[in-house]
Design a protein around this ligand. Structure first.
Ligand code: ZN
Length: 170
């Protein structure tokens, strides 16, 4: 039985503290200033049944001009810095997040160019450049399946994957 369970990939789950969530939204709101996309990586630990985000790394900290184009772009060198940082800190990328001007649907570019092209990777999209009040059902949550396919969670389904846990507060 244990063998069977180990062979079945459990649904990806992502946990983070409400404080980390709020500070991420506030950062993206400030950085985008209502006029441009902004984003970053959630870093943390991968446990057998869930990932736990412990910090947020904004894209502009990896690459100063990451937000200058119409959409967020990271160079290969920036990914090199990201992997070095993760190795030093003994943490990993547990999700990425970026904002859109309007809704929380994926663009063609988003679906064709996952930030981390590994099945199970979680990508979040925050609508309205993170302006105003952003609740979990407002965001789009996408789980990469490989081969440019994604499982989509929208509205109330977002909480099937993403949980804000008070006890994770540092
Ligand atoms: Zn996008």
């Amino acid at each position: 039985m244990t063998f069977c369970r180990a062979m079945t990939m459990s649904a990806p789950r992502l946990d983070l503290s409400p404080t980390l969530w709020q500070s991420m939204v506030a950062h993206l709101r400030r950085q985008g200033a209502g006029v441009r996309e902004s984003g970053g990586f959630f870093l943390g630990e991968t446990r057998p049944e869930r990932r736990v985000a412990t910090r947020f790394l904004p894209y502009e900290q990896l690459q100063r001009d990451a937000l200058n184009a119409d959409f967020v772009q990271l160079s290969a060198a920036s990914f090199g810095r990201l992997w070095d940082y993760c190795a030093q800190q003994k943490i990993g990328v547990v999700a990425d997040v970026h904002t859109h001007r309007f809704g929380a649907g994926q663009s063609l570019s988003d679906s064709e160019n996952p930030m981390v092209a590994i099945a199970g990777h979680i990508a979040l999209i925050v609508p309205h450049f993170a302006q105003g009040s952003i609740r979990l059902p407002d965001v789009g949550l996408y789980v990469y399946q490989g081969a440019h396919r994604w499982q989509r969670f929208r509205g109330d389904a977002v909480v099937q994957v993403l949980t804000l846990r008070e006890e994770l507060r540092a």
